[in-house]
Design a protein around this ligand. Structure first.
Ligand code: SME
Length: 154
């Protein structure tokens, strides 16, 4: 996927979120467009922070056993605690990793922030090793910004 295709995807996500009637619909649209638009995104989901736990919201891919993740656990918990994007090239080499599917090789988790507050995060797994780079991070951090607006409005 080249830069202009990524820009098109971001524009599509932006329009879909703007047209969504509420935060939940906005999350569903973002998940669908990212999953359909990026062939190396095998599992795409959004977790929302509820107290000290991340709770799985809309997702596409195999059902995950991790529907509630305490902040101290997993790559998801680490990204929410550190309030920054985490990219793991080889999940099996990362002791924090909570397995969702045996096929998963790499993962990116991008916090959805409202100022200094974590609202939730975008979590994406790939069956390809080291599937996520700077371009994915940029795209997903922009999508997280759009979702933050949609979630704080509803
Ligand atoms: N791998 C995540 C858990 C969520 S599943 O990938 C859907 C983690 O280590 O936090």
């Amino acid at each position: 996927m080249n830069a202009s295709e990524r820009d098109q995807l971001l524009t599509a996500v932006q329009s879909a979120i703007a047209a969504a009637p509420n935060g939940n619909a906005a999350m569903q649209q973002a998940v669908r467009l990212l999953k359909d638009g990026m062939p190396h995104y095998t599992w795409v989901g959004i977790y929302l922070l509820d107290g000290e736990e991340l709770v799985l919201g809309p997702f596409l891919g195999k059902p995950s056993p991790h529907t509630r993740i305490p902040l101290g656990r997993g790559i998801c918990g680490a990204a929410a605690t550190e309030k920054k994007t985490i990219i793991v090239d080889d999940v099996n080499a990362d002791p924090r990793y909570l397995a969702c599917s045996l096929e998963t090789k790499s993962e990116i988790v991008v916090p959805i922030m409202d100022g200094g507050t974590v609202l939730g995060e975008i979590d994406i797994d790939s069956d390809r090793a080291a599937a996520f780079g700077a371009a994915d991070r940029r795209l997903l951090e922009q999508v997280a910004g759009l979702l933050s607006e949609a979630l704080s409005e509803s």
